[in-house]
Ligand binder design. Structure first.
Ligand SMILES: [Fe+2]
Length: 402
């Protein structure tokens, strides 16, 4: 039940349900939030004369100072959005570094020059640190980067997904660094395949198919000549297209003969291809997860596949979803304890007009109450839904210049 309250009479712990003006005319990013600081009060008094308070959602214990624990849903929206932006910018800097050092490796390989992997290894170390501190930002960044089918982009995406999954699996830092290097370099043999054949739609003959398959052997040969590449990474470049049922290539070995990391890279590689422009299909994250699930025990290791799907949740970070009320948002992070109610960056309103600025909303704050049905995720959307380039929009709104 809501009641009208003069903004001067507001107190910490009250839940602001609506304002005396449209949310878009204010700088509040949550549509509904718990007042939890003097800053919140000052912002409300500056921008409104009165608001409507939802008494059922109020938490007056926080105003007495007796309970310092603040529910995630009540944190101030502006501050939270600033934190999301800062985290993504930090991730952007590390990602740019790895893209640059990996691109120069590809260039050196193409020119037959001696290759130095020290920079790449150091940057992967930085990424492991960054990812352990904040996996959501790195994953979200991976999803909003410009869509292209370049080798560097796919490789860096694979690196991020592999590190997030490896971290979820409890791998140690050194293991994550090896897995990351393997994710980055697993398809390096494709640099010796004619570019047009890297688009699956353009492979027409068995001969062309066989040539593309040779990228595993070519990759192994390239990596064997580079100083400082661990043997396990070379093995992964050679065996990441093996299948647990023995129907893969190049050797057609079965599950017991495929290393754990090669099995992980097989999942990561397929997942990124299916959800990006490379496969030409651009599935939603849940469609891609469903494909992996169907192929468990055929192409992929059953246990690993199930863990992989669990790791990325029902609504993976960076996926685009539509709420029952019609708003479209990007999953920014999973709410603690519930993958069903993530935090979203709202990008389109119910009429499919962009929000300026984007709004941060925590669905967990709406999972109960009279409006709960409006805030249920109705469906997942492909990245290009409603003809809206949400990646360019977020990059622009977050001040990330390509
Ligand atoms: Fe491959």
């Amino acid at each position: 039940m809501t009641r009208k309250v003069n903004s001067r009479e507001l107190k910490i712990g009250m839940y602001v349900d609506s304002l005396d003006r449209p949310w878009v005319e204010t700088d509040f990013l949550f549509q509904g939030f718990l007042i939890q600081s003097e800053d919140d009060l000052e912002s409300l008094r500056r921008q409104t004369e009165f608001v409507f308070v939802d008494e059922e959602k109020c938490d007056m214990s926080s105003s007495s100072g007796s309970n310092p624990a603040v529910p995630a849903s009540g944190q101030h929206a502006e501050k939270q959005m600033r934190e999301v932006k800062d985290d993504i910018k930090k991730a952007y800097i590390v990602r740019s570094k790895i893209e640059n050092s990996f691109s120069s490796i590809l260039k050196d390989i193409g020119m037959g020059k001696a290759v130095y992997v020290g920079n790449v290894k150091n940057t992967i170390k930085e990424m492991v640190d960054s990812l352990i501190n904040n996996p959501d930002a790195m994953l979200l960044l991976g999803q909003i980067e410009e869509v292209d089918a370049e080798a560097a982009s796919h490789a860096v995406n694979c690196l991020i997904i592999a590190l997030a999954f490896g971290h979820f699996m409890g791998l140690k830092c050194e293991e994550l660094e090896t897995l990351g290097l393997a994710a980055l370099l697993h398809d390096v043999g494709e640099t010796e395949i004619p570019k047009e054949l890297l688009d699956p739609a353009r492979i027409k003959t068995a001969g062309e198919e066989a040539l593309v398959r040779r990228h595993t052997e070519l990759g192994r040969n390239i990596l064997q000549k580079i100083e400082g590449i661990p043997l396990s990474v070379i093995d992964i470049a050679y065996s990441h297209h093996e299948q647990v049922d023995g129907q893969g290539y190049p050797e057609g070995v079965t599950s017991e003969q495929i290393s754990l990391f090669a099995k992980i890279i097989a999942l990561v590689d397929t997942y990124d291809r299916l959800t990006s422009a490379i496969s030409g299909k651009m599935l939603t994250c849940s469609e891609a997860s469903h494909y992996l699930y169907i192929q468990r025990e055929i192409k992929f290791d059953k246990n690993l596949t199930e863990k992989f799907i669990k790791c990325f949740g029902i609504y993976p970070i960076g996926s685009l979803v539509e709420l029952a009320k019609g708003d479209v948002g990007v999953v920014a992070s999973a709410s603690e304890g519930s993958h069903l109610y993530p935090r979203l960056i709202l990008v389109l309103d119910p009429y499919k007009h962009p929000y300026y600025p984007p709004r941060l909303i925590n669905l967990a704050a709406f999972c109960e109450g009279e409006n709960a049905a409006d805030y249920v995720i109705k469906k997942m959307l492909p990245r290009n839904a409603y003809g809206f380039d949400y990646r360019a929009y977020i990059r622009r709104e977050f001040g990330m210049v390509a």
